[in-house]
Design a binder for this molecule. Sequence first.
Ligand code: MLT
Length: 331
Amino acid sequence: MKFVPSLVAVAVAVLTVGTANAQDYPGTKPVTFVVPFAAGGPTDRVARDLAEAMRKTMPGGNFTVENAAGAGGTIGANKVAKAKADGHTLLLWHIGMAATPGLYRKLPYKPLEDFEYLGLVNEVPMTLLGKPQLPANTYRDFENYIRANSGKLNIAHAGLGSASHICGLMWQHAVKLNDSMTTIPFGGTAPAMTNLIGGQVDVMCDQTTNTTSQIEAGRVKAFAVTTAKPLSNHKLLKDYPTLQEMGLKGFDLTIWHGLYAPKGTPEPILKKLNDAMKLALKDPEFIKKQEGLGAVVVTDKRMERAEHKAFVAAEIAKLKPVIDAAGKFAD
Ligand code: MLT
């Protein structure tokens, strides 16, 4: 007579295998951070620094980084939303997780339902930059030059819904120069930066993790930072005014980065990853690297999974009216 296992027996078997996998996690299979932008940009930078720190805090974790660019980061995000929920494919993404719902009418995933939230990592200021030949040396000159050349200049970004795109939208809206510049999308702000340095594009707003070294080397011009408070603790960035100081009331943009897994990843694996991430955020080497690039590593409750998710839900609600006012749909 053929043995037909009961449903209970099958469920126990599946759970046992799942738990066994969780206990053996990560095993030898790589743990991939999917970065939804081209290599060499600010998001990629955060991912590589965090992967290096988590190799120490989750011994045996073979952390790698994979770049999956396009559509302002939503292609990479969707890749992870649809990935196997086994803890080996994670998403390292930024404010785009909360900005894209306001810019894309048809996202292929649901931000608050299709991911497990593994914690917030850091917060990064942005800088408003010009190509080296731009005839301006102060923010005032910069704004006057853009105004005097409305319709003739371009601004680079990393795709609709990217942080660089959001920053450009918010800045143009704040100075009442909406649609005054042609936007030039790239797969990330690393290729965009190459074009800014080369003078092929005129302006870009990007995260200090990508711009600090270029500003220091004099390869681009910087005019302001996007945070509400001056970056007084940073040896280079302290010399640049905030946009609020330049009269843009309430302008305050900081780019946060979070870590995500596909929905349904087993609880023991999620706990292991969140524990390792929280330890990595306390790693003096990781902190030193991030602070050297103007970033602030998260030290509050948002490094916890539930608080990370609540924060992103609040950011989605906060950004929607800002994007409605400043931008237009990306799809
Ligand atoms: C962005 O603009 O969203 C990011 O800076 C893009 C990137 O990390 O390359």
